[in-house]
Design a protein around this ligand. Structure first.
Ligand code: PBG
Length: 337
């Protein structure tokens, strides 16, 4: 006599039997439109690999224009630009940040000239590439001063908008900067420029390779060894979740069009809470250290890098991200095509 009663009537494995069936019941799918490609631009013609980010290179302006065109053809909606600023342009007052002839402004103009509005251009608003000490804000007596920094950020946002960038992305974590930048842009003919606020940006160990790429790590280390300000005085403590929601609420009230959570894999709960609580366009940044971990393990033959990249991006989307900044963008978009 078979023991019918002792077997489950609901068998969740039934829907996992075939590839077509798994695809049919999948709750989340990744598409090229979910990805934004961060690009490093430098003043040199030859591209220069970033040692701690295998597969990522610092590109010339022409190289960035080509990459942006590739993004467009792959269906990646936008690129995010990060300039490698030469030492002679770094100063205590970060004045090169609002020089309309700086590298990132020239790059924006070159992309717009070639590609118009067919691919989005996102530019960071923060002073770290331009300060001699590598901090995102101005330093006075060993402290990062908020309101003076915000004034410089506004000038930076205005020149970026004038150069033709579509989205300014304040990544500095100063208080009140979103509202101030919105007013500054509106007063300078930049009403149509979007603000993507790095609303919940954590003080994270996972930004290391990015600072290598930009060459801001060394200066920061020197600054901190001298006992001066730490990024922890403006970026968020990874211990905190409720505070991330307060950051997002403030940035939205000040006029942010989209908000970002960063890093991604160490903040999946935050991505989820932000999306659930506010229902606004929520971006996540899979940062340099997250990329480096996957690449390093893959290069050692310890994990399948391609699968790990796809899985990590899929779960960031499942958590609630509408769009993900990731150095895997071109490879994954090619894979998805
Ligand atoms: C600078 C900035 C950082 C990143 C994006 N914008 C570094 C930092 O705050 O120190 C990190 C991106 C990455 O690690 O990929 N404001």
């Amino acid at each position: 006599m078979p023991h019918h009663g002792s077997f489950p009537t609901t068998r969740l494995r039934r829907n996992r039997q075939h590839e077509w069936l798994r695809r049919a019941v999948a709750e989340t799918a990744l598409a090229p439109a979910d990805l934004i490609w961060p690009l490093f631009v430098h003043e040199h013609e030859a591209s220069l690999p970033v040692a701690s980010m295998p597969g990522v290179e610092r590109l010339s302006i022409d190289g960035v224009v080509k990459a942006a065109d590739e993004a467009r053809s792959l269906g990646i909606p936008a690129v995010a630009l990060f300039p490698v600023v030469e030492g002679k342009h770094k100063s205590d007052d970060a004045r090169h940040a609002f020089d309309p002839e700086n590298l990132v402004c020239r790059t924006v103009r070159a992309i717009r000239k070639q590609l118009g509005d067919t691919v989005g251009i996102i530019c960071d608003v923060a002073l770290d590439p331009y300060t001699s000490h590598g901090h995102d804000g101005l330093l006075r007596d060993g402290r990062i001063v908020n309101d003076e920094t915000v004034e410089v950020l506004c000038r930076q946002a205005i020149v970026l908008a004038a150069a033709g960038c579509h989205v300014v992305a304040p990544s500095d974590m100063m208080d009140g900067r979103v509202g101030a930048i919105r007013r500054a842009l509106d007063g300078a003919g930049g009403q149509d420029v979007c603000i993507l606020s790095y609303a919940a940006k954590y003080a994270s160990a996972f930004y290391g390779p990015f600072r290598d790429a930009l060459g801001s790590g060394g200066a920061l280390a020197t600054a901190s060894s001298l006992g001066v300000a730490d990024k922890k005085t403006y970026q968020m403590d990874p211990a905190n979740g409720d505070e991330a929601l307060r950051e997002v609420a403030l940035d939205l009230a000040e006029g942010a069009d989209m908000v970002m959570v960063k890093p991604a894999l160490t903040a999946l709960d935050i991505i989820h809470r932000v999306k659930q609580s506010f229902g606004v366009p929520t971006f996540a940044y899979q940062v340099s250290g997250e990329y480096a971990m996957i690449q390093a393990a893959a290069d050692n033959g310890w994990i399948d890098g391609k699968k790990a990249a796809l899985e990590s991006l899929l779960v960031i989307k499942r958590a609630g991200a509408d769009c993900i900044l990731t150095y895997f963008a071109p490879d994954v978009a090619r894979e998805l095509k």
